[in-house]
Design a protein around this ligand. Structure first.
Ligand SMILES: [Zn+2]
Ligand SMILES: [Zn+2]
Ligand SMILES: [Zn+2]
Length: 177
């Protein structure tokens, strides 16, 4: 990887409000998660291929980009749904194992979860690096670090017990004003 000269300092920009909408197929139990800009999240049932998608819940959220305050570089976070901290599900969950190792090193691990239409995908590495930088730079505990890793490290998206990072103090994704 080519090292860039700027030691970026990220800030959140271009914040857009909306909803995280979850749908589940009642035939195969598959999940899809997407972002909706509509004021009221869509709740219609529909058939697509072999799937029968049903509304399964929604939560207020927002999308954002990150911009470096020094060089002006901008990174889009179109597919980021949220950040999750595994609180210990089972020994086969790589996120769980890495979290425990990280904790001993004063590193707090978060998995970046992406919007997807049926099959989970991971965010680009650049996005993970920017989030790691951004959240670590906002920590007030000396020596503590945050590492943002791919969501696919979870053993099973349905059983991985974790806390979604939503409004946890200064780690909140709430945009700065
Ligand atoms: Zn920069
Ligand atoms: Zn299905
Ligand atoms: Zn887990």
């Amino acid at each position: 990887m080519v090292r860039e000269k700027c030691k970026h300092s990220w800030k959140m920009t271009n914040v857009r409000d909306g909803f995280i909408v979850t749908e589940r197929c009642y035939h195969c139990n598959k999940l899809r998660v997407f972002f909706s800009y509509e004021e009221v999240p869509p709740k219609d049932e529909y058939k697509e291929g072999e799937h029968y998608w049903n509304y399964a819940g929604s939560a207020q959220s927002f999308k954002f980009d990150m911009e470096c305050t020094k060089c002006g570089k901008s990174v889009s976070f179109e597919s980021l749904m949220g950040l999750m901290h595994c609180v210990g599900c089972n020994a086969r969950c790589h996120l769980n194992i890495l979290s425990q190792i990280g904790e001993m090193q004063n590193i707090w691990l978060f998995a970046a979860l992406a919007y997807h239409l049926g099959n989970e995908i991971d965010l680009p590495i650049e996005n993970l690096e920017v989030l790691t930088d951004y959240f670590t730079s906002r920590l007030r505990t000396p020596g503590k670090k945050i590492l943002v890793v791919p969501g696919s490290l979870r053993h099973d998206p349905d059983t991985c017990r974790g806390e979604m990072l939503k409004d946890v103090g200064m780690l909140s994704l709430t945009p700065e004003t």
